[in-house]
Design a protein around this ligand. Sequence first.
Ligand code: SF4
Length: 674
Amino acid sequence: MTTTTCPFCAVGCGLVLDVAGGRVAGVAPERAHPVSRGQLCAKGWNAAQFLASPERLTRPLLRRNGRLEPVPWDVALATAAAALATARREGGSDAVGVVASARATNEDAFAAMKFARAVLGTNNVDHCARVCHAPSVAGLRRTLGSGAMTNPIADVDETDCLLVVGADVTENHAILGARILAAHERGVPLLVVDPRRTRLARAADVHAQIRLGTDIAFVNGMLHAIFAHGWEDGAYLDARCENVDALRSSLARWTPDEAARVTGVPAATIVDAARLYAASRRGWLAYGLGVTQHVSGTETVIALSNLALVTGNVGVVGGGVNPLRGQNNVQGACDMGALPDVYPGYQPVDDPAVRRRFESAWGVALPSAPGLTSLAMQHAAYDGRLKTLLVIGEDPVVTDPGGRFVARALGRLDCLIVAELFLTETAKIADVVFPAASFAEKDGTFTSTERRVQRVRRAVAPPGEAWSDWEMLEALAMRCGRPMGLRDPAGVFAEMAALTPIYGGMSHARLEASGGLCWPCPTATHPGTPRLHEAGCVRGRGRLIPVDQTPPAELPDAEYPLQLTTFRLHHQYGSGSMTRRAPLLERENPRGLVWIHASDAARRRITTGAPVRVRSRRGEVTTRAVVSDDVPPGVVAMPYHFAEASPNLVTNDALDPIARMPELKVCAVAVEAC
Ligand code: SF4
C-alpha cells in the first residue's frame, strides 16, 4: 500500500495505491486525509487506470524520414542537446524555451525552471497557468500581495455565506463541491454567479445568470449597493485598506439598474446578492476559470478582491478570495517559478539582489529580462525567432487557443522536444519524444489549490525506459555541458526550499505526515499557514483598485450570431490524455459535444445527438449537439477534453493585457446542422 496524492484536480485528495505483482491493482481513499476525509470523486477512484495502458510511451522516439522511431536514450538526449546548442549558437539564448508541466511534481517543475535559466540562459519558461490562473497571480498580488488562495477549503465549514463566481465546482473540484453543497444543506446561503446553469447554480439561493464577460459590471453593481446601503465594514476599511474613496467614487455609474442593463440580471437580484454576502458575518468567495479566461481576467480578479475587502472578508476565518486552481500542481508550478518573470516563491527575475542570490547558488550568470510567455513562444516559433522548444507534460495543440495555429507554429521550429506519458497531439508533431514517469512511478510533492504541499510517492516502477522529468532534465543538462547537480527528489526539494522563503521550513521528511503543510512555512519549526493575511495583508494594507467593465474582444454579429464558452466535464481532465485511457471515465460522455439552448436549436433544426458544425473567424469544428437549458439563449458551450472536437480550433486568442491570458471563455460563432 502506498499513500499518495490524487493526480487530477487541485483539491489534492489523499489516496492509497494497492500494489500487487509490480502493478497498481486498486485505489482507495486515504481515510485520515484532512481535506478529502476518506472520500474520492469518480476521477480519483479511477486514478490508476491509465498507468498500465498499452499506449504508454516506454522508449524515447526520434523523427527520422518523417516518422517517430524508437531510439536509445543516449541518441535522443544527444539529438535534443545538439538542437538546443545550435539554436543558442545561431539565435542566442532566447531562441530556445521550456514549457513546464502543471501535472508533474514540484521537483520536476523546479528542474524545468532551473534548466531554462541556469543551463539554457533564458527566462523563456512558462506553463499552463498562462491559460488558467495567471490573472489570479497578477490581480491578487496587486491587491493583497500574494496571488494564491487566501483561505483553506476547511473554511467552507466555518462561513456564513458562500459566493461562487465562474466556477463549476461540483464537476471540476468534486470533493470541494460536495462540501459546499453540504454547508448549503446546513443552511449557509449559496450565491452563484455564472452564465451557465451549473449543478451548483440549480441548488443556489441566488443564481445570477450574467451575460458572458460581464462579471465586473455585476461585482461593481454589488459594491454600489453595499456602499449605498451602508453594508460595508467601515472599521475594517479604516484599519486595513487603502484607496477607499477612489473606489467609492469610481462606482457612481454602477447603480444596480446600470449593472442590470449590462449583465442581464435583474437589479433586485444584484441587490439581494450584495445584501446576503455583505450582511453575513463571514463570506467565503471562490472563483474559477469563468473569471480568469477573459481579456478582463485580471481586472475581474481585482473586482472580486475589492468586494471581499470592502466587506471585511480578507484575513478572517470563513472568508477570503479563493481562486480554485485547476490542475493538480498548477499552484506548485507557479510557486516553483516556472513563469517567465519570477524565480521560485515569486521572486522577480529583474530584481538584482534576488538574481545575485540565484547566481551565487548556481554558479552561473542569469538573464535579467523577463522571458516569453507560452503563447508568446508560439508566436516567436511562428516568426522564426524561437528555434527549439522543450514541452514537458503539456498538450498545447489541444489546450491552447487557435489549435491549428499552435500546430503550425510548433511545426516551424527547428526542433520540438516533448516529454510525455502518451503520444499526445503535440507529441505527434515533435522531433524528439522522451517517455515520462507518472505520479505513481516517482517521488516528489504536489501543491494543492489551498497551498498545501503534500507528498507524492512511488508505488511502482515506470514502464519500460520512462524517467521522471527531473532525471531527464539533469541528463539533458549534462549533455549540454552544464550539469545541474540534481541527485534525487528530496535533494531537489531541499535546494528549492533553501532558495524559496515561502517553502523554507519544508522538507520531504517534514511532509511525511498526512496532509503535508501549507505555505508560507519559512522555518523548520513553523507549522505552516492555512490562512493568509490574518495579521494584515502580505503587502501591508489591502489595496482597493477601481476597475471598469471591459466587453469581450469579440461580440456576436450577423455572421457569427452566437457566443461560445468552454467548460470541463466531471469525468474528464485536461486534454484527456489520462482520463480518456480510463474506460470507466471515458464511457460516461460521448466524444465532444456542444450544449445549445432549445430556442437556438429549433431555429437551426438541431436535435440532441445531431452532428453540427461550429464556426468562428479562426476555424471550424464538427461535433454533436446537446439541447439543454444549462445554457441561455444565444450561448453555446463546449468541453475541451476531446482532440477530435476541440473548441480551441475556434476560440479567440485575444489577450488580457496584464496577465497575457487568452479569452478562452467567449468568442462569436455560427452553429449549423451538418
Ligand atoms: Fe482527485 Fe480532485 Fe476528485 Fe479529489 S476532487 S479525487 S483531487 S479529481
